[in-house]
Ligand binder design. Structure first.
Ligand SMILES: Cc1ncc(COP(=O)(O)O)c(C=O)c1O
Length: 390
């Protein structure tokens, strides 16, 4: 189909929740590049919003899911599922978690994490149900995750929100202490805030948050939906911080494009979920969990955590050196990069698109979240284009 036809159908038949889309439709992808059906080639520095960690048409990943498609897609969790058990085992071996629950998206994983924190205290007969999260955070679009998301623009149309949620400024320990009550059951935060423009928590802050949670018996939940699976230079971002959460959530890159989410929890809190307390039809189905296994295997085999660290540092140091006078600030952890410009970033994003390079933009910040397979050549292509545009 021609782009003009797709646009017409989209306008007439699809609910417009994304506004004016970037005017392109992709047909296929290979490595770091996406192609239109007219053969135009785009360098993808946004990875489908931090999803396509392995880039496009990754050989082993494609083979693994193709094989699974030919065998079995779904049975429901009424029956045992080999790849589900194997992926849960793998995530436990790789992380501080002892038990895993699979969902289908990031928001759904966060819903599960919030429910788990709440039911933990409910089953202990302790009346704790409040959740504190951070301003400028993003945790998803379901009603509970919107209530946790500290951005009024996402919350306002859905007032009254689910009660029991409040937000405080990032890296302000006094504000957090002041918000805690004897009803606080959980603190939920992203180790690096993504959607609002790449804002990392400070090391001292997060250590103090952990200490307070231990002291006051509060469940610490990390939303690693964007930071997890290698993006920040380690398999999970919490590993870079020197603290462990009680629960963390994953989605996005865990499926490399096949929808999956995960609630990963320490034993003491995971035990709170008993049969019937939570569930879903699709979560952890054979295809999604096979995809997750193939992703983790490729990340380990190809040292993509190290590559994220190395290439993140390379991109940032090159931009600082070559374009330092043109940008206000660069914030990053691994390949989660926010380039704050001196003016609104949407225009620069558009100009990069015209040069066939895809990035994200929020406020004055360009969001750069390339596939973790990025090499020096593609990084240089991006830096050169950014220099020309700026
Ligand atoms: C940190 C974080 N949490 C949660 C979500 C929601 O994930 P999903 O869109 O898969 O529901 C996102 C999505 O951008 C995210 O970045």
């Amino acid at each position: 189909m021609k782009l003009s036809e797709i646009k017409e159908f989209d306008k007439n038949y699809f609910m417009n929740t994304f506004g004016e889309r970037t005017p392109v439709a992709f047909e296929k992808g290979e490595g770091m590049y996406l192609y239109t059906n007219e053969g135009e080639k785009y360098l993808d520095m946004f990875a489908g919003i931090a999803v396509n960690a392995l880039g496009y048409n990754h050989k082993e990943f494609t083979k693994a899911i193709e094989e699974q498609v030919g065998k079995l897609l779904h049975t429901s969790s009424l029956y045992y599922i080999e790849s589900q058990a194997l992926l849960a085992k793998k995530l436990v071996e790789l992380s501080c978690a002892d038990k895993i629950y699979f969902a289908n998206s990031g928001a759904e994983a966060n819903e599960g994490a919030i429910k788990l924190a709440k039911i933990y205290f409910y089953k202990k007969g302790i009346e704790k149900y409040e959740v504190i999260s951070l301003k400028s955070s993003f945790h998803g679009r379901t009603l509970a995750t919107v209530a946790a998301t500290g951005q009024e623009k996402y919350q306002k149309p859905y007032y009254p929100l689910i009660p029991g949620f409040k937000q405080v400024e990032i890296n302000d320990i006094e504000a957090l202490k002041a918000a805690i009550t004897d009803k606080t059951c959980a603190i939920l935060l992203e180790p690096v805030q993504g959607e609002s423009g790449v804002h990392p928590v400070e090391d001292e802050y997060i250590k103090e948050v952990r200490r307070i949670c231990d002291e006051k018996e509060i469940i610490l939940i990390f939303d690693e939906i964007q930071t997890g699976i290698g993006r920040c230079g380690k398999m999970f971002c919490y590993e870079t911080l020197g603290v462990e959460p009680d629960i963390f959530t994953l989605a996005k890159a865990l499926g490399n494009g096949i929808p999956i989410g995960a609630v990963c929890a320490k034993q003491f809190v995971a035990d709170a979920f008993a049969p019937g307390d939570h569930g879903g039809t699709f979560g952890g189905n054979p295809l999604a969990t096979k995809a997750g296994l193939a992703v983790l295997e490729a990340i380990e085999k190809e040292n993509l955590c190290d590559n994220a660290e190395k290439m993140g540092n390379y991109i940032v140091s090159e931009i600082e050196e070559k374009l330092g006078d043109k940008v206000k600030e660069i914030r990053h952890k691994g390949l989660m990069i926010g380039i704050e410009l001196k003016e609104a970033a949407a225009d620069t994003r558009k100009k990069l698109f015209e040069k066939k390079i895809l990035v994200g933009a929020v406020g004055n910040t360009l969001r750069v979240l390339p596939p973790l397979i990025i090499g020096k050549e593609e990084a240089d292509e991006f830096i050169k284009a950014l220099g020309e545009v700026l």
